[in-house]
Design a binder for this molecule. Structure first.
Ligand SMILES: C[S@@+](CC[C@H](N)C(=O)[O-])C[C@H]1O[C@@H](n2cnc3c(N)ncnc32)[C@H](O)[C@@H]1O
Length: 199
């Protein structure tokens, strides 16, 4: 797994030194982004009128929406007809919550990280959306999986779904997924996401 992009523009400080006002600096850095019909942002920012809002407190789990791979998945989610969905590697729950906002239902979410599940549940409650937290992927029409190339390749064959939006890898990479073919590819800042279909 990769780390979320580092904040650009922070001064480098010595280890152990705490800058005054760091909380405000953190908040200044985190503001909402618009991806198609969706706005994804922190609780201290405001969604533009008419946008489908996804409020994510940048906390302990990955997924503020700002990473290129998350954005690419958010774009691809808007290119398909809403259906049942399972979010594998939900992190903060950003993709599950966005999917629920877009009309996907039922939406199930799972992660190997307990903290991610707690954060997803809290974010779902903040956004007033219904998600099912699961330990195994249930049958669904679509999966979304923004993890890493090796995990995507390992998990895809076992997923009880017909279509999958996958990401977490670079533009030069393409998932090796026997029994699946590519329907659409999006790239951003050197990262890629694919909509795949069985067959
Ligand atoms: C890059 S984050 C993506 C978070 C969020 N879905 C997003 O798009 O911003 C990947 C998440 O996948 C989880 N993860 C890693 N390997 C996994 C696996 N084999 N099964 C389920 N979740 C996994 C990690 O714990 C992490 O929360």
């Amino acid at each position: 797994m990769y780390a979320e992009e580092p904040p650009i523009g922070f001064d480098i400080v010595e280890i152990g030194e705490v800058q005054d006002g760091w909380e405000d600096t953190w908040r200044d850095f985190h503001h909402g982004i618009v991806v198609g019909r969706l706005w994804v942002g922190p609780p201290w920012d405001t969604a533009p009128a008419g946008a489908l809002s996804v409020v994510i407190d940048p906390g302990r789990a990955f997924g503020t929406g700002a990473h290129p791979t998350t954005r690419l998945c958010l774009e691809l989610l808007q290119d398909v007809v809403p259906s049942s969905l399972v979010d594998v590697g939900c992190g903060s729950g950003v993709l599950s919550i966005a999917a629920a906002r877009l009309g996907f239902a039922p939406v199930s979410a799972l992660d190997i990280d307990e903290v991610a599940l707690e954060v997803t549940a809290a974010n779902a409650a903040t956004n007033g959306v219904e998600l099912e937290l699961v330990t195994e992927p249930p049958p669904a029409a679509l999966a979304v999986m923004n993890i890493a190339l090796d995990v995507v390749e390992r998990v895809l064959p076992e997923l009880p779904v017909e279509r999958a939006i996958v990401s977490g890898y670079l533009e030069r990479d393409e998932p090796l997924a026997p029994g699946w073919h590519g329907v659409e590819r999006r790239v951003r800042d050197g990262w890629a996401a694919d909509l795949l279909e069985r067959g």
